[in-house]
Ligand binder design. Structure first.
Ligand code: SP5
Ligand code: ZN
Length: 341
């Protein structure tokens, strides 16, 4: 399987996030993608290619233009205020607060985010733009006929909605790739989100649509981030009703439980009959993940890939989370090797 990768992700390296009430070094760090790339090369997964440049147009098919231009200009605006350290948001338009866009950078950042897990640094725009290009280059390879392609995106994307960022995610790489498939003639795209956290952004983007099926297996929002979306009764709305499937699982879930949810999601995907499958590939379901509470082990990721492969669909794998850096390469590449087997 071909891997699409850009070194530009190194340009995004936030210093801190809030974990358990403490400013903690960011779990979402450059070494994550470096480890995955090293593993792909070590096992000869199938070559590594650089992304092509797609510009803003495919991003604007999914994201709000005010949001995109905020992100593009944010660092310059921040610097103009004499600040040269990481930007972080700290005030959000909660219930009964005005949904108006303030003039100042701190207000705008709150308006366009839902948590503080999205530091903006000098290189963030370049890194998040390249991450989208990595996804879109993978999609283009799929359109040329590949059975499977791996877009080694960083930063990840599935928590980002049309007009807000959060949870280490800025642009929704998987959603942008899905929309590109549709724009190039696909009738239906299925998304399978196996990241430990619910893909709230992806769900939100396609919630009222029938041309994208969204399925997600994740920590139950009753106890796990992102807390405010990802329940099993979220089925889609309007023409999108019946095209959204959440599989929230209890803390401590291992492969015996997780694999049943995967089988159920795969049945929905097969029944939908998509032209393309996009997998939001997070491996933060791993038993040693520092911020997660599932118990998957490294060999389980081979089984995961095999099961996905049995769907017999052209499949784009888009990298999402996974914070056990020592094993992230083995676990992510195991999925792809399982798929190829
Ligand atoms: C892409 C992705 O995986 N984003 C995840 C964002 C998670 N942010 C909130 C993390 C909360 C961690 N709480 C567990 C603390 C362990 N002591
Ligand atoms: Zn995650």
């Amino acid at each position: 399987m071909l891997t699409i990768y850009s070194d530009d992700h190194h340009l995004h390296h936030g210093k801190f996030e809030l974990i358990d009430g403490q400013l903690t070094p960011c779990f979402e760090k450059p070494s994550r993608a470096d480890m995955v790339l090293a593993r792909a090369q070590k096992v000869n997964l199938g070559g590594v290619a650089a992304p092509r440049e797609f510009g803003l147009e495919p991003i604007l098919r999914v994201h709000d233009s005010g949001f995109v231009h905020f992100l593009k200009g944010a660092w310059a605006e921040w610097q103009a205020m004499g600040r040269d350290y990481d930007m972080l948001p700290f005030t959000w338009p909660n219930r009964r607060l005005r949904q108006t866009i303030p003039d100042c950078i701190d207000g705008k950042f709150g308006y366009y985010s839902f948590d503080a897990g999205v530091p903006i640094t000098a290189g963030t725009w370049q890194a998040v733009s390249s991450s989208v290009n990595v996804a879109l280059t993978g999609q283009a390879e799929l359109a040329k006929g590949a059975r499977g392609v791996f877009s080694l995106c960083r930063p990840p994307g599935h928590h980002a909605a049309a007009d807000y960022m959060g949870g280490y995610c800025y642009f929704n790489n998987a959603a942008i790739a899905a929309q590109a498939c549709l724009d190039q003639g696909a009738a239906r795209v299925a998304i399978l989100d196996v990241d430990y956290h619910h893909g709230n952004g992806t769900q939100d983007i396609f919630y009222d649509r029938a041309d994208v099926l969204f399925t997600s297996i994740h920590g139950d929002p009753r106890f796990e981030y992102p807390f405010f979306l990802g329940y099993a009764d979220e089925k889609g709305v309007g023409v999108g009703e019946g095209f959204n499937f959440n599989y929230p699982l209890a803390a401590g879930s291992d492969w015996s439980v997780w694999s049943l949810a995967l089988a159920a999601a795969c049945r929905q995907i097969a029944a939908y009959g998509p032209d393309v499958l996009i997998v939001s590939l997070g491996v933060d379901t791993f038993k040693e993940d520092p911020i997660s509470q599932f118990k998957l082990d490294s060999p389980d990721y081979l089984r995961m890939g095999e099961t996905i492969g049995k769907l017999g669909l052209q499949t784009l794998f888009v990298m999402e989370g996974g914070y056990a850096v020592e094993e992230i390469g083995i676990n992510a590449i195991n999925v792809l090797q399982g798929f190829d087997s």
